[in-house]
Design a protein around this ligand. Sequence first.
Ligand code: COA
Length: 257
Amino acid sequence: MTDFVHTEINNQILTVRINRLERKNALTHAMYTALDDAIEQADADANIRCILFTGSDECFTAGNDLSEFASGLPGDFKETPVGRFLLLLANATKPVVVSVNGPAVGIGTTMLLHCDMVFAGTNSRFQMPFANLGLCPEGGSSLLLPSWIGRVRAAELLMLGGTFSADDAYRLGLINRVCDPAETEAAALEACQKLASQPPAAIRATKKLLSGPTHEELTATMLTEGALFSERLKSPEAAEAFRAFMQKRKPDFSSFE
Ligand code: COA
């Protein structure tokens, strides 16, 4: 149970709101479990035709909670709350729309690769700082990004882990529209309403076709990434990165081979 994820169903749209602003909406195991439950609920409930993921006008999510990450991930990646979340999202049968404002870090960016439409405020800051944290790409990003935006751009985003803007994300084809932050959620909700009024079986078929022949390869990649990610979480490089984050200093990787 967590108070940091709120769900509500209105007009056949399941809105899932991440709400832990004092920690920039960083996602804990309990929050992932709530997100997992929401996706499963949407899949099972014929009355839900669309899922909307959102945060606030200032923040989507700072990604995984780094203090929890520091103690590693227990067991098989696909059974962990984060692993389950990524796999459930990649296999969701109902369309998923996202409203992003402010930081969308780590999984806050990679989860978008599995969603159907993304609306982002001009204040959005996307980032995949996995390598910077001594980790490796997750969420199928090592497969999807090179094929969608090109190898060298994917390498830049995943190896240097810098932030990029909503305009950049739009140019890269990662989002549908750049919005005034006060209007992002309304724009996303409007897309949800249109999706909810479409013939549902046709939408499900279209969604399935869009994930197409790459789907098996994607699942395999996500599992490979997940296993390596779990291993990297235990690495001295990651330990130094997490310590540095907690101590609000730059990490020092100069002594690592
Ligand atoms: N895990 C745990 N706590 C986090 C967090 C995370 N991923 N992201 C932010 N927080 C905490 C901060 O430690 C800070 O706590 P404090 O008030 O006790 O000092 C609080 O949330 C506010 O964050 P702050 O860094 O002051 O906000 P900001 O607006 O200056 O920067 C971010 C926002 C998202 C750019 C920055 O917090 C950040 O880079 N976070 C880490 C993102 C990350 O590496 N995620 C993991 C990817 S795998």
